[in-house]
Design a protein around this ligand. Structure first.
Ligand code: ZN
Length: 72
């Protein structure tokens, strides 16, 4: 069984600040406010959540091969 990495390092595209965040396994995170510059991070077009766009590892559903965590 493949281990799912629950911790991701989110890097702010505005100021370069990075912070370690625990990802929820049963929900997606669309927005995250940078604790340094207060910019609201949003997913890039085509990405399902902020972790897939700005994190060091993709979100748990992607890691598990289940596809996007929040398809619309
Ligand atoms: Zn920032």
């Amino acid at each position: 069984m493949k281990a799912i990495e629950r911790w991701s390092i989110l890097t702010c595209p505005e100021c370069g600040h990075s912070e370690k965040m625990e990802m929820p396994t049963d929900a997606c995170l669309w927005f995250h406010e940078c604790s340094h510059c207060k910019m609201l991070l949003k997913p890039k077009p085509g990405d399902c959540c902020v972790f897939c766009s700005w994190g060091s590892v993709p979100c748990p559903p992607i890691q598990a091969g289940q596809g996007d965590c929040c398809q619309n």
